[in-house]
Unconditional design. Structure first.
Length: 281
């Protein structure tokens, strides 16, 4: 029986086990998927001993996505370019890594705002961590006109400039100057933890946004963050974070268990009910 896991610090909030174990049951596959708390100082040892842990692979979440890159035998070109890994699998006794976050975000965007085209659009990304790197990489591949990064630590945002291309430059604004970047924005993406249950709120007035702008948040607890509530009240199309979580998971499942699963409304509703049993989000 194959086993996989999601690792992070902390990890108790992760809904990944619910997703993967649903797919295992749905496809009649003998396997399991669980949470594993891994402290930052233990990450290298854990990844080098996946087989000893009885695992065929794992997902990686906050705060390990960038550091994991340095503890794997092989990292594909996408993950090397992004400088972040979220999916690890064993093959021929060696550990391999890739990033499925960018694909997950783009699939979620297509599902929630099907008529929106990234090509030629101006995108504002909040945050500069591993998920931001993956999303910026995907936006560059889709030939956005410009991508602007805003992060509280300016140096981390500056590091994302290298992901830009000749046709899609990546630029940076200081966090206090964020409101001035909103009027030109076609797509606003929050990749920070601000607005997550238990975290500080994202204090941002969306009044300068054009009516046609799309607002996305990769936070999925709560299902509808204060940012998305504000955007919806203003009439903007919104992209909730749960879709990205579901779509990025499919890559790992296929690598570990040999079957490409589908993201269905039934699965979405299952995870949404687990996050908010009373349906108040």
């Amino acid at each position: 029986m194959k086993r996989a896991a999601v690792i992070g610090w902390p990890i108790s909030h992760s809904r990944s086990p619910l997703i993967h174990n649903y797919w295992l049951r749905h496809h009649g596959i003998a396997g399991s998927y669980e949470r594993r708390p891994v402290e930052p100082q233990a990450l290298g040892h854990f990844l080098r001993h996946l087989a000893d842990e009885g695992l065929t692979g794992c997902n990686i979440t906050i705060p390990h996505k960038e550091e994991a890159l340095h503890h794997l035998d092989h990292v594909d070109a996408l993950a090397r370019r992004l400088g972040a890994v979220n999916t690890v699998w064993l093959q021929d006794g060696k550990s391999h890594g890739t990033s499925s976050d960018g694909h997950g975000f783009m699939a979620s965007l297509a599902a929630s705002a099907p008529n929106f085209s990234v090509s030629g659009s101006h995108v504002l990304v909040l945050g500069a961590g591993g998920a931001a790197r993956a999303i910026v990489g995907a936006l560059v591949d889709e030939e956005a006109a410009t991508i602007t990064i805003a992060n509280r630590t300016l140096g981390r945002a500056e590091a994302l400039r290298a992901l830009g291309s000749r046709t899609t430059p990546v630029c940076v604004v200081d966090w206090p100057d964020l409101p001035a970047a909103l009027p030109a924005c076609d797509l606003l993406v929050n990749t920070t933890a601000l607005g997550m249950a238990g975290q500080a709120a994202l204090e941002l007035d969306l009044a300068p946004l054009k009516p046609s702008a799309v607002v996305a948040d990769i936070v999925y607890t709560p299902l509808e963050t204060p940012l998305l509530q504000q955007a919806k009240a203003r009439g903007h199309r919104v992209v909730p974070g749960l879709g990205m979580l579901l779509h990025q998971a499919a890559t790992g499942f296929e690598l570990w268990f040999g079957r490409r699963p589908e993201v269905t409304q039934e699965l979405y509703d299952l995870v949404a009910r687990d996050i908010d049993p009373d349906g108040r989000s």
